[in-house]
Design a protein around this ligand. Structure first.
Ligand code: SF4
Length: 670
């Protein structure tokens, strides 16, 4: 990691390395204030070795901000902001706030006022129509930006970042889709750039020539009719001319239909956007979006695609990532798996950010270090799924001696199911991390042990275990549906794990996350693989249209049946839209509001909930994805027979991986 951890400069700002924590909306400041939650969150990341932290976003006014956002629109926030700055500086990192105005993405229900924008074009995110900014109001917004920058300087920040990406106010001025003004702020690209450039000029005037200014741009809006990398490059060149010191290049707007940070985005996919900008300017460029390992970051720098690398979620997942990378302990980094379940999905639900893989994220102020137990316990854990392993990891760090009995020949439990569909392999990285962590800590894992109550009671008596934790997970439900011979009936779990093969005409019963995952896995059968695609493209062997067809149309015909309204309702908002788009692309037939009445020899008899019409859908295979139930028999049998017995994860109640990990952590620190 010789480049990533080499010192570098942004303007006058000397940084200890080239790793930047890019801004994240955290929702930790319910009243706009800096508080212990925010300070300890960032202190942990600074202590972890990152070079620069960009605090994001910080509201420059009250009409363009969002839920739980840190505010920088009033002098009364300066003392708190100074505390945050001091905490980060004390750990050797530098810190800048991101100055944020959401324009038409702000919601009046949160701000109490109508949102504003260059033109009154309804927002796809809020469904609301913003008020068009008059020239007088534009001047007020520019003043709010420059006043906020001056406050940042007074509070001791090392610079500022201005957000001109993601579809927020400045990008709305830049785009012909959202800027239809006929005054000097609208028209051709040069006119549309005016607002953003005036913001920068006003800030430069307020903070003087040496205070670093970074601008975050969309390398490509990925919105039909909006700016592409050509316009973005021109804007960055103009930014350089007005004294901007670095460009932070992200991907598209929030309303884009091109996934930006979900698990299906290949790591480092958007570094090419940063490279395009780097070729057009001479100031430093930061690459970001799904750069999730230090190895990938180093590679991006080595290949000259960017001067700095931005990471946000990987540092939420593991604040110690930089230190671990610097000391060569990359295999002990807890990976961000791009699931968004604890971070982005929480923001959509107006909840503070947490993290699926890191139960401490956002709770540093109340948890501190894992407490050391006064007395070492000998703990027997039944099950090496994610809950069992996370418990073992945390309890061992707390000073206990943990042994796991695992029924199968491997660790990870249901994470293997989650990792099976296309582009979901990151769940497997979590399983690998937990297994490595347990191994390093000396947790004893015994495989192929089918535990019984008697075996556990004997072990407690003979081997001195003084605590037993049941983490036996769940098993799939088999519904009682009338069935004729002829059609193959399988469980989705067996299909996902490759234990069973389907025919060519498949009906999946159950349209939740497991049903959708199974449909996507089967839909890929018979499509082009990436190597063949690359070969055919380089040889210009097929038309684009034909390649698209070959990529999306496999050999199987697939139908997903769901009893109630909506497919994939249990998938988080940040990911669901893209998985539904994948189903559509692969021509998976999705029927919600349909009840299965009977599995017949030639297919499935279904009834529509709406009009009660019945029909037979032909199939040679039926895959059941109805849900799961807890495997809690051991726990029930042992209750009252052991002094300390607990149950965690899906064995207690089938839920999401996040719940299992967080519950296991809480049990582990007891
Ligand atoms: Fe990464 Fe998921 Fe954690 Fe978000 S919740 S930081 S995506 S692991």
């Amino acid at each position: 990691m010789s480049i990533l951890f080499s010192p570098a400069k942004i303007g006058t700002l000397q940084l200890r390395n080239r790793l930047v924590m890019t801004p994240m909306h955290l929702g930790y400041s319910p009243k706009g204030e800096v508080n212990d939650q925010l300070i300890e969150f960032y202190r942990a990341r600074a202590r972890g070795g990152v070079g620069l932290i960009i605090v994001g976003g910080c509201g420059i006014d009250r009409i363009g901000n969002a839920f739980g956002m840190t505010q920088i629109d009033d002098d009364r926030y300066i003392p708190g902001l100074r505390q945050l700055v001091d905490a980060v500086h004390a750990e050797g990192a530098k810190i800048v706030p991101q100055l944020y105005q959401a324009g038409r993405y702000a919601h009046s229900a949160l701000t109490g006022k109508p949102s504003v924008a260059p033109s009154p074009i309804p927002s796809k995110l809020t469904g609301q129509t913003p008020e068009e900014l008059t020239e007088e109001k534009i001047k007020e917004v520019i003043d709010s930006f420059s006043n906020a920058a001056k406050r940042a300087q007074t509070a001791g920040f090392d610079g500022v970042e201005i957000i001109a990406s993601a579809g927020y106010l400045i990008s709305q001025f830049l785009s012909p889709v959202t800027n239809q003004r006929t005054d000097r702020y609208g028209g051709d690209l040069e006119a549309r750039m005016t607002f953003g450039l005036e913001v920068v000029e006003a800030i430069r005037k307020a903070v003087g020539p040496d205070f670093p200014i970074i601008v975050r741009v969309a390398g490509n809006d990925f919105v039909p009719g909006s700016n592409t990398n050509t316009e973005s490059r021109a804007f960055c060149q103009a930014l350089e001319k007005v004294g901007v010191n670095a460009i932070n290049v992200t991907g598209g707007w929030h309303e884009t239909q091109v996934p930006q940070i979900t698990m299906n985005v290949p790591p480092g996919a958007y570094a090419y956007l940063a490279h395009g900008i780097k070729q057009a300017v001479s100031i430093p460029v930061i690459a970001c979006n799904r750069i999730n390992t230090p190895e990938l970051a180093e590679n991006i720098l080595e290949e000259g695609l960017a001067d700095f690398v931005g990471m946000a979620r990987p540092l939420l997942a593991d604040p110690e990532l930089p230190n671990k990378a610097m000391t060569g302990e990359t295999d002990s980094i807890r990976p961000c798996i791009g699931c968004n379940q604890g971070c982005l999905d929480n923001i959509f639900r107006l909840k503070p950010v947490s993290c699926l893989v890191n139960a401490e994220a956002g709770r540093e102020f109340e948890l501190g270090q894992i407490p050391q137990s006064a007395q070492t316990q000998k703990v027997l854990v039944i099950g090496a799924g994610c809950a069992g392993m996370e418990f073992a990891r945390v309890a061992t760090l707390g000073g206990h001696k943990v042994t796991i009995w695992e029924e199968s020949g491997q660790t990870g439990g249901q994470l293997a199911l989650a990792a099976a569909p296309p582009d979901r392999q990151d769940f497997g990285y979590l399983a690998n991390y937990l297994a490595r962590a347990c191994q390093k800590l000396g947790v004893e894992i015994n495989y192929n042990v089918k535990a019984t109550s008697d075996m556990i009671l004997t072990a407690v008596q003979n081997e001195g275990f003084n605590r037993v934790v049941i983490a036996t997970g769940a098993r799939p439900i088999t519904p009682s549906i009338k069935r004729e011979e002829g059609v193959k009936v399988l469980q989705a779990w067996d299909v996902l794990l490759g234990r069973e093969k389907t025919g060519q005409n498949v009906i999946i019963v159950g349209g939740g996350a497991v049903g959708v995952d199974t449909a996507l896995l089967l839909a890929e059968a018979g499509t082009l693989n990436s190597e063949t695609l690359r070969f055919l493209m380089l040889q210009h062997a097929e038309t684009d249209q034909e390649l698209y067809r070959l990529l999306t149309q496999g050999s199987k015909k697939i139908t997903v049946l769901e009893m109630v309204k909506g497919i994939g309702r249990d998938i988080g908002a940040s990911t669901r839209w893209s998985m539904l788009a994948d189903l559509k692309r692969h021509k998976v037939n999705c029927l919600d509001n349909h009840t299965v009445l009977e599995i017949r020899a030639d297919g499935v008899l279904v009834e529509s909930t709406g009009d009660s019409t019945q029909k037979v859908i032909p199939a040679d295979t039926v895959v059941l994805a109805i849900g799961s139930c807890s495997q809690n028999e051991l726990y029930n049998n042992l209750q009252g027979k052991l002094e300390i017995l607990s149950i965690i994860g899906d064995a207690a109640k089938p839920r999401k991986v996040l719940d299992a990990i967080h519950e296991a952590y809480a049990e582990g620190i007891k």
